[in-house]
Design a protein around this ligand. Structure first.
Ligand SMILES: NC(=O)c1ccc[n+]([C@@H]2O[C@H](COP(=O)([O-])OP(=O)(O)OC[C@H]3O[C@@H](n4cnc5c(N)ncnc54)[C@H](OP(=O)(O)O)[C@@H]3O)[C@@H](O)[C@H]2O)c1
Length: 256
């Protein structure tokens, strides 16, 4: 039963596609009931139809970029659920521009969604998480960071890499505080995975990236599903405050 999530309720933000959908697929397959949340309700519903053949999925079209959106979602979830066992803070955005012309609007968009919203969702959902956790089987928060928050990326994505480094450290800060309250907090730092966010990068650089990654390939859906199930199931109950690179070793390499 080390990897079983039967009876658990989970939220995956940005679960409609990409890394979030990969995470949701793993949690559903392991038995969890999963709320998929992103702005595009139709995309959430399509994902829920796909995953629904394997288990229970609830699609919700909601904007989590603002404090009001995070508060409204937290209140809505509390009206449906007594407890929340698993929160995956995955929704994210990026922005690239030269240093001199990097726009304030791009900075705010990225930092608000990637760093502020995970904090606000933890605040808003804390009562549900505390009700779900016990000393033997804590509730779990998994923040989706990035290897760009571990090492300096090649692209001029100043807000993105800073927000991810901030999210990794917020993970550690919250792990110390919430561990005592029977909630673990960990982060996953993915390397390159196919997604809308990565589409143009992979179109231009997939060959170079595959050569740079020590295991010789970009990530696959199962790579995300596996680490998510590990961190949220009994197997990962004693892991707290970790930032786990899921990158085939790419973050260890000096790329020319
Ligand atoms: N793909 C990679 O190689 C990679 C590598 C490292 C880290 N990551 C991280 O993985 C996470 C997912 O990225 P991805 O690559 O899968 O990108 P993606 O395909 O663009 O997915 C982003 C997800 O976030 C949702 N989202 C965006 N803005 C939102 C908002 N305001 N409110 C609610 N949901 C919102 C999107 O749905 P809507 O547009 O419908 O809102 C979508 O479901 C991000 O945190 C990213 O930084 C990805």
């Amino acid at each position: 039963m080390l990897f079983d999530l039967t009876g658990k309720t989970a939220v995956v933000t940005g679960g409609s596609r990409g890394v979030g959908l990969m995470a949701a697929r793993g949690l559903v397959a392991a038995g969890a009931r999963v709320y998929l949340v992103s702005r595009d309700a139709a995309a959430c519903e399509a994902a829920a139809v796909e995953l629904g053949t394997q288990g229970s999925v609830v699609p919700l079209g909601r904007d989590l970029s603002t404090p009001e959106g995070c508060a409204a979602f937290s209140a809505e979830l509390a009206s449906h659920e007594e407890q929340l066992h698993i929160l995956v803070n995955n929704a994210g955005a990026t922005w690239g521009a030269p240093l001199e012309s990097y726009p304030l609007s791009g900075w705010d968009k990225v930092v608000d969604l990637n760093l502020r919203s995970p904090f606000l969702l933890v605040q808003g959902l804390l009562p549900l998480l505390e009700r779900a956790g016990s000393a033997d089987d804590p509730a779990r928060i998994v923040n989706v960071g990035s290897i760009d928050g571990l090492r300096v990326p090649r692209m001029q994505t100043y807000a993105y890499s800073s927000s991810k480094a901030g999210l990794h450290h917020l993970t550690r800060v919250l792990a110390v505080e919430l561990g005592r309250r029977h909630i673990t907090v960990n982060a996953v730092a993915p390397g390159p995975f196919e997604s809308k966010m990565m589409a143009s990068t992979l179109a231009e650089q997939q060959d170079r990236l595959e050569q740079a990654v020590p295991v010789g390939r970009i990530g696959r859906a199962d790579d995300i599903a596996g680490v998510m199930v590990y961190l949220t199931a009994r197997a990962g109950a004693y892991v707290n405050g970790a930032v786990i690179a899921v990158d085939g070793g790419l973050s260890l390499v000096c790329e020319a």
